[in-house]
Design a protein around this ligand. Structure first.
Ligand code: BYC
Length: 347
């Protein structure tokens, strides 16, 4: 398979020669973007279905922008899973003890499986897996900010597995009640696995936080490092969010970024404090009158830099993906062409 910058070329050859990942539903009659204007009657019917709580399925009529937004969001989510496997993945060889090594391997493998589910869900909307992977490794597509930071110690992996998976569950449980059938079904299945990751991460953090001085310091330092990226994880504040309003109207997003951040703080800050750990924000507290958490706004300029390719590890993360893509090419080609011979049989 070649990487195609030219989408037209990719599309015409896609079904015959270049379908490498499988499961794609590509509408061969789809019009180029510039020609698409939604039929107002169909739009009205579609919005009535959304209001009635129907699930939209791949071959149902849907507004052009609904499709586009879903592809953007599901694709970014899928990329986050495979890039997200990297910070923890680098700790498999260094995990303290065989039991933790096994658990971490299983978790990392789960994350890659989540990407599979999500890429398949995005493919049902007409973007091929090849295009998605190309957009990831060329830096065109975004993925979650948090995975552009390093995991320096075992404490970092514990914090990722507990709190980033916790944040992801808050987001995914909400959005699994959304309107697009394939995404919701993928999210439900992902959440079931994430709940084990959360327990695994919590167990690791508790072990370190109740361990020796060195262990406590290690997990505290990791928490201090990860807190700002975790606050960023839920997306910019609602007043800065570009897509929330439309996505909420179409029930793709079922809670705003600020609501999800609040839900996370409500569920996890007390648990973090219970362990005697300190969060690096002296202003963080729950306002008893409003019931809302108040906090120092994390640095949103840093967030923008990181999601636009200029975080501490963006280049390294994409380089690893590029290498994986390159090294895995012969396997995909072999799967697509069982007759091909890649080695001479010895006998
Ligand atoms: N990181 O208008 P907004 C996991 C972008 S993996 C990067 O609020 P939206 C795990 C946003 O894309 C689970 N970019 O956007 C895996 C937009 O840019 P574009 C990861 C972000 O879509 C392995 C711009 O900022 N979860 O748990 O309404 C190991 C404006 O934002 C981020 C998901 O991917 C961000 N954090 O809402 C361990 C969830 N936030 O596209 C764990 C799926 C915002 O216009 N995604 N941006 O160029 C979503 O739910 C939504 O896309 C978001 C943002 C809530 C993240």
């Amino acid at each position: 398979m070649r990487l195609y910058a030219d989408r037209t070329k990719q599309k015409t050859t896609f079904l015959k020669e270049y379908i490498m990942y499988g499961n794609a539903y590509i509408d061969p009659d789809a019009k180029p973007e510039s020609e698409v204007i939604d039929d107002p009657k169909k739009l009205e019917e579609f919005e009535a279905r959304i209001a009635a709580g129907d699930k939209i399925e791949p071959k149902d009529w849907m507004p052009h922008d609904y499709r586009k937004q879903l592809v953007r969001m599901i694709e970014q989510h899928a990329h986050s899973e495979i890039i997200g496997a990297l910070p923890e993945g680098t700790w498999i060889t260094r995990a303290p003890g065989f039991r933790r090594k096994l658990a971490l391997m299983a978790k990392v493998q789960d994350e890659i499986g989540h990407a599979q589910l999500l890429y398949s869900a995005a493919e049902t909307l007409g973007k091929s897996r090849e295009d998605m992977i190309n957009d990831l490794i060329s830096g065109k597509s975004k993925y979650s900010n948090v995975f552009n930071y390093p995991a320096f110690t075992w404490g970092d992996t514990a914090v990722i597995a507990w709190l980033i998976d916790a944040g992801a569950i808050v987001n995914q449980v909400a959005n699994s009640k959304g309107s697009y059938g394939p995404y919701c079904r993928a999210l439900e299945r992902i959440c079931a696995e994430e709940s084990f990751h959360l327990k695994y991460g919590h167990d690791n953090v508790v072990y370190l936080a109740t361990g020796t001085k060195v262990q406590r310091e290690m997990v505290q330092a990791a928490l201090t490092r990860w807190w700002p990226p975790i606050m960023h994880f839920f997306g910019p504040p609602d007043k800065m969010s570009v897509h929330t309003e439309k996505l909420m109207n179409w029930k793709v997003k079922m809670a705003t970024n600020d609501d999800m951040r609040q839900q996370f703080l409500n569920m996890y800050v007390p648990k973090i404090w219970d362990l005697g750990l300190v969060l690096p924000d002296p202003n963080l507290h729950k306002n008893t009158k409003t019931g809302l958490w108040e906090y120092t706004e994390p640095d949103w300029d840093e967030f923008k830099r990181v999601i636009n390719g200029d975080g501490p590890l963006n280049k390294e993360r994409l380089a690893v993906r590029r290498m994986a893509e390159e090294r895995g090419r012969w396997v995909r080609e072999a799967l697509m062409n069982p007759e091909a011979r890649y080695v001479q049989p010895l006998a």
